[in-house]
Write a protein of this length. Structure first.
Length: 151
């Protein structure tokens, strides 16, 4: 399991993964070698899966956020598999969750604007077989958005 230092290290990397091993070692009061070995261990154990750049969605004209709830016609394995296979191909969908409750899936979709979303629904989403109904919710303002999970 993770010890206190591993947790601190992960929290520091989640704040800024471009910190050097030297910068991390100073914050953790460890040698550069010890920090390097801990990071490698966390990567090998898949505790740290990957490093990414978080893009400013306004700068790339993808700041219109939609949460689309999907209900399939049936809950058969074939329908679920078909939907999941097809949704993986949709570049506008950043996240897709199979959920409990009134809907089967929730999609997180980033597009330029309402026109782009309408085009996405008409040309791509409705082309997927077995969708019974959809319900779209548009984000008005982002109150909190973090990729970090505090340890």
């Amino acid at each position: 399991m993770l010890d206190t230092i591993d947790k601190k290290l992960i929290n520091l990397l989640q704040q800024d993964s471009k910190q050097t091993t030297k910068q991390l070692s100073l914050q953790l009061n460890l040698s550069v070698t010890a920090v390097y070995e801990r990071v490698k261990k966390l990567e090998n154990q898949k505790v740290i899966e990957k490093y990414v750049a978080i893009v400013n969605k306004d700068k790339i004209e993808k700041s219109f956020l939609v949460f689309c709830h999907i209900k399939l016609m049936q809950h058969s394995k074939e329908y679920l598999n078909t939907f999941e296979y097809e949704v993986l191909k949709l570049e506008e969908v950043s996240e897709c969750f199979h959920v409990s409750g009134d809907y089967d899936y929730i999609l997180k979709i980033y597009v330029k604007d309402m026109d782009a979303y309408r085009n996405f629904v008409v040309t791509k989403l409705t082309a997927i077989k077995h969708i019974g109904s959809t319900h779209s919710t548009f984000a008005i303002e982002q109150v909190k958005n973090t990729t970090a999970i505090q340890l």
